[in-house]
Design a protein around this ligand. Structure first.
Ligand SMILES: *Cc1c(COP(=O)(O)O)cnc(C)c1O
Length: 351
């Protein structure tokens, strides 16, 4: 089965498995897990940040970024498509006690102008909700792996600093942006107050995320991690996998991007398929079935019968994510299957 549902489906390699098996561990609740400490120190150096905290997931990183930089009733501004809203708005409301001020931007890029519009959309008397945090994403999952332009990040940095707002970057796939743009990870980190990255996406570790930033913010995140019951003990096995991933697997993302180009090229010539314009920006493809006589569930079922799995992003919208477990042969096979299913249900042929 060719699994293009997400890059979270990646499997740890044999080398990663032996590295995990040999990892020294200790009780992380006492700060005594050597593998966790080694990973956090590695991240501090790589990103040039004061502090780094290993946590169970990217979703937890985002929650900790919100909790450490807001108070109940505060507002967080972001684009509605960003993960914090699209997948995790219930936790923002129920766990973080904040309001998400969602902006419906045209292209997924939250600009200074848009944040300023959000700020000035109503008075901000002392008893009103206060806009305390601006959150962006890079690459942007909901915009098919689009890269957030660095110039816009720099503008937001200046603006948020001036207005006394905190600035968070959800960098679950920041490594994909880094490998594509050549912009140093530390340059990205330098622009924001907090930054999170995921090891369990294209980097192929089974688990985990780090949240990074200044000491006083990460100290708060450490407290909230405990409050959420995610202070874990011999977690070094997982940290070792993450360390292996960040040391060895960043450069292989380039290959994922190249294979995504191959799939894009193949699908461009499939009659009746509408490709999202950001397809192929990094490691994702999205297409719409609007011109076909088939809904996403049926499409996914037929493709799965033929040997390839996709994720239904929205009704009629299919997403494919390319990762380390996919070969060039798989890409061509997936393209053949898509073409076959789409042609069977083409309006032209049916009508
Ligand atoms: C996957 C993802 C997350 C969540 O990561 P998990 O480790 O699966 O919880 C957060 N933000 C973005 C942009 C993601 O793509």
């Amino acid at each position: 089965m060719i699994n293009l549902r997400s890059d979270t489906v990646t499997q740890p390699s044999q080398e990663m498995r032996s590295f995990i098996a040999k990892a020294p561990v200790g009780d992380d609740a006492y700060g005594e897990d050597k593998s966790v400490n080694r990973l956090q120190d590695y991240c501090k150096e790589l990103f040039c940040v004061e502090d780094a905290l290993f946590v169970t997931s990217g979703m937890l990183s985002n929650r900790l970024a919100i909790l450490s930089q807001t108070s109940p009733g505060d507002e967080v501004v972001l684009d509605y498509n960003y993960h914090i809203n699209f997948f995790d708005s219930a936790a923002a409301a129920s766990v973080c006690n904040v309001l998400l001020n969602n902006r419906f931007t045209e292209d997924g890029i939250l600009t200074v102008e848009e944040v300023d519009k959000a700020l000035n959309s109503k008075p901000r008397y002392h008893y009103f909700s206060q806009l305390k945090l601006v959150s962006i994403e890079n690459t942007i999952n909901g915009w098919v792996g689009k890269i957030f332009p660095f110039e816009q990040i720099k503008r937001l940095r200046r603006y948020t600093h001036e207005k006394g707002m905190a600035f968070h970057l959800d960098g679950a796939r920041l490594f994909n942006a880094h490998i594509e743009t050549g912009i140093a990870l530390s340059d990205y980190a330098d622009q924001v107050d907090t930054l999170s990255v995921c090891f369990s996406k294209g980097l192929c570790a089974p688990f985990g995320s780090v949240i990074m930033g200044r000491k006083e913010i990460i100290e708060k995140a450490r407290k909230f991690r405990m409050w959420l019951g995610s202070g874990v003990h011999q977690i070094g096995f997982q940290a070792a996998a993450a360390l292996y991933a960040i040391e060895h697997n960043i450069s292989s993302l380039k290959k994922d991007h190249e294979l995504t180009q191959v799939l894009k090229y193949r699908l461009q010539s499939v009659f009746d398929l509408t490709l999202h314009p950001n397809s192929g920006d990094t490691n994702m493809i999205q297409f719409s079935l609007e011109k076909c006589m088939i809904n996403s569930d049926k499409f996914i079922e037929l493709c799965e019968e033929r040997g390839v799995q996709f994720f239904s992003w929205l009704p009629g919208i299919i997403r494919a994510v390319i990762h380390n477990g996919v070969s060039e042969k798989d890409i061509h096979q997936a393209a053949d299957i898509i073409q076959d299913v789409v042609h069977k249900y083409s309006k032209k042929e049916v009508g």
